[in-house]
Ligand binder design. Structure first.
Ligand code: ADP
Ligand code: MG
Length: 302
């Protein structure tokens, strides 16, 4: 397992930015964290990259705990922060040598930097200072920096924001290529990006995961108008839950927690309660997300 997050919560002062997130990512997956601004995407990514401590819960990267063993985690994680902050006055190669130094690559630094310049298509530009590069080339430098220590897991926070259509296509291609060899978690607020690059999507909204599905199913989720989160005392057959009238789809979270996607029908909570009773289950919690999925998707597709 490349990544495990268990009941992760993050407060900034009084404000809750992440609310009890749990998910797992297997090796080789390319996963999108999709959500509107303020959803909590960057916060989750900073926690995975050991840049920010969580308030509660656990995160493990390749089996190493971010709080207990950040050094082992950082060795295995490449991180491209939001807005890709770079030193404008540094030359591309100089900056990558610096990044190699930070990652203690020692004698391997020079050859590794050359490899990264080749891989990310920076050959024509590496003699320039970063400040003179186009946004697309800056992103390549950011990716080269994130990949320099050959991490198993790559965390890319809105890697294509602000790029023009050509640059966008090139960076997406680079991410797809990288994704063949590494586990990638990428954040975006654009649905089309998910479909272009990722094989799985987690939709995050107000600090919660409200959907987790293969990309091929996203369009179907879009038809759902509400999502209900139900926790039972034991595991439930997914097909049985999907059989409830008005249910479009069901996804499962760790534990016996289910996200039930509901079509246009009215309040389905009484049906779910009845389902539990009929099947000898105890319903431990039942919540309906207040914003409709339709509205969220509208925010994500503009
Ligand atoms: P996203 O990346 O999905 O846009 P963020 O993780 O940046 O979302 O933010 C989640 C929430 O936490 C937002 O409401 C944001 O205003 C708040 N937040 C983020 N960083 C800070 C901070 N350093 N201090 C206080 N609040 C923050
Ligand atoms: Mg962000």
């Amino acid at each position: 397992m490349s990544l495990q997050a268990v009941n992760v919560t993050k407060f900034y002062g009084q404000q809750k930015a992440l609310d009890d997130l749990s998910f797992q990512v297997s090796q080789g997956e390319v996963v999108a964290l999709l959500g509107p601004n303020g959803a909590g995407k960057s916060t989750m990514m900073k926690i995975i990259a050991c840049y920010l401590p969580q308030s509660a819960g656990q995160v493990r990267v390749c089996g190493f705990d971010v709080a207990e063993d950040p050094r082992s985690v950082k060795k295995r994680v490449g991180y491209l922060p939001e807005n890709n902050p770079l030193y404008n006055d540094m030359y591309v190669k100089e900056y990558l040598m610096f990044a190699a130094g930070v990652n203690r690559l020692g004698r391997k630094s020079r050859s590794r930097v050359d490899e990264m310049i080749e891989l990310t298509g920076l050959k024509a530009e590496y003699k320039k200072t970063i400040g003179t590069l186009s946004k697309g080339y800056r992103q390549r430098v950011g990716l080269a920096q994130a990949l320099i220590h050959d991490p198993e897991v790559l965390i890319l926070d809105e890697p294509t924001s602000g790029l023009d259509p050509n640059q966008l296509a090139e960076i997406r291609e680079l991410i797809r290529e990288t994704g063949k060899l590494k586990t990638v978690i990428l954040s975006t607020h654009i649905m089309q990006e998910v479909e272009a690059v990722c094989n799985r999507v987690m939709i995050i909204h107000q600090g919660r995961i409200i959907a987790d599905a293969p990309t091929s199913e996203v369009r179907m989720l879009n038809k759902a108008s509400r999502v209900i989160r139900a926790e039972f005392d034991k595991e439930v057959n997914l097909e049985k839950l999907k059989g409830i009238d008005g249910v479009i789809d069901v996804s499962k979270e760790p534990g016996s927690v289910y996200r039930i996607f509901v079509g246009a029908a009215g309040d389905l909570r009484p049906e779910i309660f009845r389902f539990a009773v009929d099947n000898g289950l105890v319903l431990l919690s039942l919540e309906q997300q207040d914003q409709s999925l339709e509205e969220i998707f509208r925010e994500l597709t503009v």
